[in-house]
Design a protein around this ligand. Sequence first.
Ligand SMILES: [Cu+2]
Length: 229
Amino acid sequence: MNFLIEQASSFAADIDGLIIIIAVLAGFWFFVAEFVLFYFIFKYSRKNQAQSEYITGEEPELVKWVHWPHIAVLVCDIVIIFFAVKVWYNVKQDFPQPDETIRVVGYQWSWKFVHPGADKQLGTEDDIEMIDELHLKVNTTYHFKLESEDVMHSFSIPVFRLKQDAVPGRVITGWFKPIKTGQYDIQCAEMCGIGHGIMGSQLYVESEEDHNKWIQSVNGQGETLSQVQ
Ligand SMILES: [Cu+2]
């Protein structure tokens, strides 16, 4: 889909598909309704001296003009609900097994990302903590544990089609699988105070090789930092 921004996660295409189905079905009925409305406005305009007639709409040959469009819209609703539930289930309910887990903490006004480091285990000594910088490995399934230190924030990665509220006092688990390398935007999508607009971060989706290089470079830095302290 060229008219939408890049799809960089495994479920981005499903969510775009759903948005397109809704836009097409709702858009179709919108244009039909507007066409009928304007057609009658012009056809029965005062200039044409047309006289309107009051009808109750109870006669069988008139009732069909209510029933058939009603049923048609209902069928569209059922189609939308069917696809929406399917996508919702895959994105929000049925989590695939993670290869790695990260921690994401929102606070006024930055994001803190805790990466598992070389051992791929979170909560160990080699964890890598970064502010406003998230490094992921392409084609890897991640679970994220999302927290907030103060107020409500919303963790949004547009190219992943991901948006999840961060709620103080709760740890919310979600998942994603990046499928494209590159540098992308992360933003806060919930008004969270005067610095909300600057609460953006960078996402780096790297190949396995580049990701390992990054881990090594950070570990190198970590050593020098601890030596300084
Ligand atoms: Cu925020």
